[in-house]
Write a protein that binds this ligand. Structure first.
Ligand code: URA
Length: 243
């Protein structure tokens, strides 16, 4: 992060928490979001990831929609690349599409999406106005029981180049990680890292500040945590305004 940004954060009493970007391997040894880009990835996977780094929006979205780099493609109705303002200062990142998102090809349109929209409005944002919404994985992870499940480390690794490219194209002023899965994947941390240990800090993700907060689906189950989530969003707001 450049010294001017660090100075501004320090003036706000918000020293950035430095994270190595995308180099960690999770504690179980099964790999992390970043492994597709490290030596353990196949040469073909690395070549694909490299090709994604130069894609324009149209090519990127078409590549996501036709992707078959992990098994999630087999059950999908639609891949869900993301939606919103491609010049947004705010990037919100969730875990992965659910049933309704899979049916319609747009992120956060179910009940959790309604709450996210309320959060955006409270910040003076909207889906297409200064906010872009994406997910860690672009196809719905669904368990054998037919219910949504978190993506596996391999699924995250296969999909991460797409989100990396979206971040590079958007160049947001802040990234808000919605939930533990998004936060650990974006920060390249061990998969068991708790969300509690990541909240209330400014993380540095390749020179872009990142705030970790609760997933809207969790807030629907635990509405008393909404106040804490609002604190997180206010912290994010201070960063956008400070840049
Ligand atoms: N939950 C997510 O994490 N993403 C969506 O798009 C919908 C629900």
């Amino acid at each position: 992060m450049d010294p001017d940004k660090v100075r501004k954060l320090q003036q706000m009493g918000l020293g950035p928490v430095w994270q190595r970007r995308g180099l960690s391997v999770d504690e179980s040894g099964s790999g992390s979001a970043a492994t597709a880009l490290t030596g353990s990835a196949s040469a073909e996977g690395a070549a694909h990831a490299a090709s994604v780094t130069s894609m324009d929006w149209a090519t990127l979205e078409e590549t996501i929609r036709t992707c078959n780099r992990c098994d999630l493609c087999q059950g999908r109705t639609h891949a869900v690349p993301g939606v919103g303002d491609r010049k947004a200062r705010w990037l919100f990142v969730g875990e992965g599409p659910g049933h309704q998102e899979d049916m319609q090809g747009e992120p956060f349109i179910g009940p959790a999406g309604k709450l996210l929209e309320n959060m955006l409005h409270a910040l003076g944002l909207a889906r297409g106005a200064n906010a872009y919404i994406a997910n860690i994985v672009k196809c719905r992870p669904v368990g054998a029981d037919g219910r949504d499940r978190p993506p596996t480390a391999d699924e995250v690794a296969a999909c991460m180049p797409y989100l990396e490219r979206q971040i590079d194209l958007i160049q947001p002023g802040v990234i808000v990680a919605l939930g533990q899965t998004a936060a650990v994947a974006l920060l390249g941390l061990p998969t068991k890292t708790s969300l509690a240990s990541l909240r209330e800090e400014v993380h540095d993700r390749a020179d872009i500040p990142l705030i970790a907060t609760y997933h809207p689906a969790y807030l629907l189950r635990e509405p008393t945590e909404k106040a804490k989530s609002w604190q997180d969003l206010c912290l994010a707001m201070s960063l956008v305004n400070g840049r």
